[in-house]
Ligand binder design. Structure first.
Ligand code: ATP
Ligand code: MG
Length: 401
């Protein structure tokens, strides 16, 4: 999909303004556009209440009305629109005890984490920057809005966010912000691992990973993170790789390779990752192990790896073996496979049972099918009833262990 730009998004600001309310772009999109980096999604902040915003647009998803947030779908893009608000009291270190809608954008900017994220921009590209975020952008500094200790106490996730921004942007830490991070890293224990996992993924995928890893290691946060806290050798390996890792499944398969005693399942469980990440990591681990054993890429390896993991596998291979393989080579092997999956085999389990009426049913049927599947995929036998039948007649049940 085409990348979203302010040009389309400005229509939204216009609609809100025409309804008599203020509206600004805010957060990452403003920061990234001032840095001339590609922007992620566009967030909008407005004086209009969520109910009022809901009435202005036809496609609105009420993701967090109580926090003042709705998602508006407009001309094929999604925009998070949040009503100006402030937050007070974080007795559980997770959620503000109370959010209050406020009247002006400056008050909204004051609740935001870092000065570089607390810049707003209106329809005419006029900037509202009460915390001198633009100066910190040009000095490449990550600095909290207000007292860093208080801001990290309110929401310790901001500690992880500071580290991930250093990895994404290559920025240094403001001295007071940095001291507060190092002295209060333990507060991370109070927040949910799912929120930490989102930020950690952005950290290890950052363009300036080496830079980010330097701050990560010196901050001491790893002492509060599952698995990593018991395996500092992994963190050192990771730092020495000095390149971005694109996804959790890649990171886990890599770490499992370095430290086989920690299984994929344990990573997924202790970091509360999704089943999809687990499945994909297991696929990558299997493909890497197969490559380790045979030292080459063959049809069977490609066949077993889901197509959407080709790029991940190529990256893992280059990290672990220095071998470079192009996605085109994978594609060529993939496109020449005689079958795409087991259902395409022209004989079935029941055909096999019919051919060997004296054999008791059992796991051998499945093993035999896998043998046939492998032979077809490798081009040793063709997927054609006569030929498979002929081969099966020469097959001896003792051939399977
Ligand atoms: P990205 O490009 O990764 O989306 P972002 O800066 O937009 O980066 P988001 O997590 O999308 O980050 O948050 C949007 C904005 O909301 C931030 O720029 C910041 O102003 C504010 N924000 C997000 N999380 C926090 C937090 N934990 N504490 C304070 N402000 C936050
Ligand atoms: Mg964002």
């Amino acid at each position: 999909m085409k990348e979203v730009t302010f040009k389309e998004a400005k229509e939204i600001l216009r609609i809100i303004e025409n309804n008599g309310h203020q509206a600004y772009f805010v957060g990452g999109a403003v920061r990234d556009s001032l840095l001339k980096r590609p922007m992620g999604d566009i967030d909008i902040t407005t004086s209009a209440s969520p109910e009022t915003v809901t009435k202005m647009f036809s496609k609105v998803i009420p993701v967090g009305i109580e926090h003042g947030t709705v998602i508006v779908r407009y001309k094929g893009y999604s925009y998070e629109i949040t009503t100006f608000r402030s937050e007070t009291g974080y007795s559980d270190h997770r959620h503000p005890d109370q959010i209050t809608f406020v009247r002006n954008v400056e008050e909204d900017l004051a609740r935001r984490d870092f000065t570089i994220n607390a810049i707003a921009m209106d329809y005419n590209e006029k900037i509202v920057d009460p915390f001198q975020g633009r100066i910190d952008l040009s000095n490449k500094v990550i600095k909290t809005v207000g007292n860093p200790i208080e801001r990290f106490r309110e929401d310790p996730l901001r500690i992880m966010r500071a580290l991930r921004f250093s990895s994404q942007l290559g920025f240094k830490m403001d001295p007071d912000t940095w001291t507060a991070i190092k002295e209060n890293a333990a507060w991370l224990e109070k927040i949910s691992i799912e929120r930490i996992a989102v930020e950690l993924q952005k950290l290890f995928a950052g363009t300036y990973t080496t830079h980010g890893m330097h701050f990560f290691i010196n901050s001491g946060v790893q002492a509060y993170l599952p698995i990593l806290k018991d395996h500092s050798e992994l963190v050192i390996k990771w730092r020495d790789l000095s390149q971005p890792i694109q996804s959790w499944e890649e990171l886990i398969s890599l770490f499992h390779h370095y430290l086989p005693k920690v299984e994929v399942e344990e990573w997924v469980k202790s970091w509360k990752l999704s089943n999809k990440i687990k499945r994909d990591a297991l696929h990558l681990v299997r493909a890497i192990a197969y490559y380790d054993q045979y030292q080459h890429i063959d049809e069977w390896l490609v066949y077993q790896l889901p197509r959407q993991l080709d790029a991940s596998f190529i990256r893992m291979l280059s990290i672990l073996t220095n071998k470079s393989l192009t996605i085109d080579k994978m594609k060529t092997i993939r496109n020449n496979l005689p079958i795409k999956d087991r259902t395409e085999i022209v004989i079935s389990g029941s055909d096999i049972i019919g051919l060997f009426p004296m054999q008791q049913k059992g796991p051998w049927i499945n093993k035999l099918l896998t043998m046939i599947e492998k032979k077809i995929v490798r081009g040793e036998i063709s997927n054609e009833p006569n030929e498979l039948g002929k081969w099966l007649m020469t097959w001896n049940p003792q051939d399977i262990d």
